[in-house]
Each structure stands twice: as C-alpha cells, then as structure tokens.
Design a protein around this ligand. Structure first.
Ligand code: SF4
Ligand code: MG
Length: 321
C-alpha cells in the first residue's frame, strides 16, 4: 500500500525565553524529539498523549505551520521542506486540518455556505454557480441542509459547527487531513456521530487521517494504528487492537486503565499516574517517564530505553521489554 505521510526523526525544539537573548546557557524545550511514523493511504493514525506531549506540534510541522528543528516529513514521497512556489499552493490544498473548536475558526459574520465555498475560491477550483453548488453538496454530505446553509455559525450547535468545519476541510478535495482533537469539545453522544461521519467520509473519498487526541477511548474505534507520546517522544506504537489488548509500556497501561472497557477480560487494574508531568525544559534523565513510573528500576534513572519491536508493528521504548 502507498505511504501518504512519512515522518522521520522529527524534532521541534523551541528556545526557552530566558536563554533566548544570551548565547550562553541557551536552553531548549524539546516539544517533539526524534518522532518517526508512517501512514498508509486510506488509514487513520492516532497520536495520543496528555496535553503538552508534543502531539499538536507534530501536527503543525506536518501542516507546515511550523518548521522542524531537524528530521523530515515526506508527503507522497516528497520532502515538504523542499516544496515551494506553485507546488506549495497545491500542498496547502492537499493537506487540510480540523481543530477542536470550530467556532473559533468559523467567521461569525459569514454564512456557512460562503464559509465552505471560501477554499474553493482560494484554490480556484470551481467557478460562480458551480462553486455554490459544490459548497451545498459538501454541506449536504456532512448533514447540513440547503436551507440551513444560509445561516450563520452562531445558529448551530457544537456538533453541527464541527460538521461545517469538516465540510470546509473537504472543500479543496484533500488527500490528507490532520484532525486535532476534533471531538474533544463535544458531548459523548455527539462524539460518536462525528467519528462515524469521519469514517464514512474517509471510506467514500479515500482520505488518510492523522488523528490527534488526549483520549484513548476516542481513538480506539477510528484509528488503525496508535502511537502514544510522552514528553515529546513516542513511547509505544502498535496496531490499535494490539495496543488495547496488549499494552507494554507502563505509561500506556496507566492511560488505558482509565478507559472503561466492555470486555472484563481486558479490564486492567487501575494504575494511577503519580506526580505531575515534568517540564519538557528539564526532562528527567534516563527514561523520561521514570519519576511517574510504578515499575521504575535503577537503570531507568540512568539509561534511555531503545525502541524494541515486540511483535509486528508493535514498538515499545521501555527497559522492561
Ligand atoms: Fe518505567 Fe523503566 Fe519502562 Fe521507563 S523504562 S517506563 S521507568 S520501567
Ligand atoms: Mg493539543
């Protein structure tokens, strides 16, 4: 199968403010550190972790909103850092994003049919009446009627606004969508509807997704592969079923133990996370999870664990493996 997105050794370091003006003692926040993964066409890759773990920053580098400090992102085989001119415009059309809060990104003074036809105008995809028709078709696809399309964003519920945000992302006919916490602001019952809609659209349009979430229960049903991030690094990644049935990293286990499961066979004993997430400015030595790890061993304080493949497609960074 075709690899749509390949991320290799990605780093995004931010200069820490105090060290910014003096060359001496310049310190860095390692928001994303040596992150690698690939996503095949038509698949959904989940990036999961607590807030501040670097998942959204990774999404921004992929969207070319942020430049990486090091490493590489390839989109359909092409290094995105090298894309310029006309190709850059095409790249910006082919990769779209949907964020947590659609209201913040929907112009309150614009009718929703105009909001959705805006990208068609920007990318000169359809003309005049055809453009309006296309916007209405897209809105219909996400469950917004012709009649509703003449209304303004404040007249819609949170779930409907997210549908409008999705229609807008679909407008330029993208190959790939970064979904950054797309259902986190919604009620659980509405979350399921939006996730089903995203899955249907993926099937119908052959889309590939990066799904960013702090919530493992949300990624379980939509993702094919899941990577768990902690302090800028991927600590474990596996096909979704494998990750949920056979988590190996203590951090993944603690996150999963907080997720309610239907099958008691897979019920995990609750593993509470102790302590706060350490500052990414001074990440702990050795395994960065060691101050919070219930299974911490002496070597964990000294040595950073390598990635070990425990089964096909299942990679773990932990001295226990
Ligand atoms: Fe815990 Fe050690 Fe594994 Fe880190 S390497 S997760 S501290 S057991
Ligand atoms: Mg985020």
């Amino acid at each position: 199968s075709e690899t749509v997105l390949q991320v290799s050794g990605l780093k995004k370091y931010f200069p820490h403010r105090e060290g910014f003006f003096s060359r001496q003692g310049k310190s860095w926040i390692k928001a994303v550190d040596r992150v690698s993964f690939g996503i095949e066409k038509g698949r959904t890759f989940g990036l999961v972790g607590e807030s501040g773990c670097g998942k959204s920053t990774t999404g921004k580098v992929i969207l070319r909103v942020l430049d990486p400090t090091d490493g590489e992102v390839r989109f359909l085989g092409e290094d995105i850092a090298a894309i310029s001119g006309k190709s850059l415009k095409n790249f910006r059309r082919r990769i779209q994003a949907v964020y947590q809060d659609p209201y913040a990104s929907l112009n309150p003074r614009m009718r929703v049919d105009h909001i959705v036809s805006q990208p068609l105008l920007t990318h000169v995809l359809y003309k005049g009446g055809r453009r309006e028709e296309r916007a209405l078709e897209l809105l219909k696809k996400v469950g917004i009627s012709r009649e509703q399309a003449r209304r303004y964003p404040h007249e819609f519920s949170g779930g409907q606004r997210q549908r409008i945000g999705i229609a807008r992302a679909l407008a330029p006919d993208p190959d790939f969508i970064v979904l950054d916490e797309p259902v986190s602001a919604l009620d659980v019952s509405i979350q399921a509807q939006i996730l089903n809609l995203l899955a249907d659209l993926q099937e119908e349009m052959g889309l590939t997704y990066l799904f960013i979430s702090h919530d493992l229960s949300v990624v379980e049903h939509i993702c094919d592969q899941v990577a768990v991030m902690y302090l800028g690094r991927i600590v474990e990644s596996a096909p979704t079923g494998e990750l949920f049935r056979n988590p190996r990293h203590p951090y993944t286990k603690s996150l999963l133990s907080a997720v309610p499961v239907a099958d008691p066979e897979y019920e995990l004993k609750a593993i509470p996370l102790v302590g706060e997430i350490p500052s990414p400015l001074n990440p702990p030595k050795g395994c960065s999870f060691h101050p919070r790890c219930p299974e911490c061993m002496p070597e964990c304080r000294e040595q950073e664990p390598f990635g070990v493949s425990v089964s096909s497609g299942h990679l773990v960074h932990c001295h226990l493996c």
